[in-house]
Design a protein around this ligand. Sequence first.
Ligand SMILES: [Zn+2]
Length: 293
Amino acid sequence: MGFLGIDVGGTFIKVVKKDNTSFIQDKIRIEDCHKSHQGFTDTLIDIIQKYKPLKVGIAVAGLVDKSGRITSSPNLKYVENLNLKAILESTSGISTLVGNDANLATYGEYVYGNGKGSKILICLTLGTGLGGGVVVEGKILEGVSGCGMEVGHMIVEKDGELCSCGRRGCLEAYVSSYGLEKIYTKLSNKFLSSFDIIKSAKRGEKRAIESFEVLVDYFSIGVMNLVHIFNPDRILLSGGIVENYPDLVEKVKLKVKSMAFPLPASILEIGVGSLGSWSGAYGALAFAENYSS
Ligand SMILES: [Zn+2]
């Protein structure tokens, strides 16, 4: 029986099954034919039926309400307004919990990763967008509607760059792969993908390094705001940009420590997550294990 955690990303579905103390990981590519309501739910039902868990947790990108309905999802438009929990439970007969991927990634690091033992843990994931979550004394801070901690959309610049959410000046508009690309284009008048900007920065190219300095400035403001609001003991950074440009972590750490109030700064540890791109799946697993539906 055991428990199952599923993380639905833009390209892959990641699965973790836990039986007693053993874990099995699986990764499934989302084929184009699955990109519909029906194809999507059929794929998930196949996975659940294959592993036959006692309970399943599912992490999805986007806003999920407390009933298990996905109210909006930037990279899974075809599942918007779908009550995933109700559909999967009625078909599979297995108790199912659905949550936001960034919240569950944080919970995954808390239960199974570098967040273990933290009193107030914040995780920030820098990838296509900027996701975040908080775990307070072992509980996910979900907010009343289940959509708290949209940290990527805290405004750090009035009338600033356009964000994927349609607002201007959000932290994500600077601290994400597309944010980095915009900064670079402004500084150099040419476009490079975030991947190539990282490569150029590592080679010492001036504009790429300057682009990271701008990103670090905005990111440090965002992190400092979180430090002053939550007074966390640990902040873990992860995601493609952090993995490929690890210098970023030290730069943000130094800047935040120098800008924030000394008392919250003195107890704060800033590090990296240990579960990488699997944190959402492990968080979904822990969600199924520890939360009631
Ligand atoms: Zn935004």
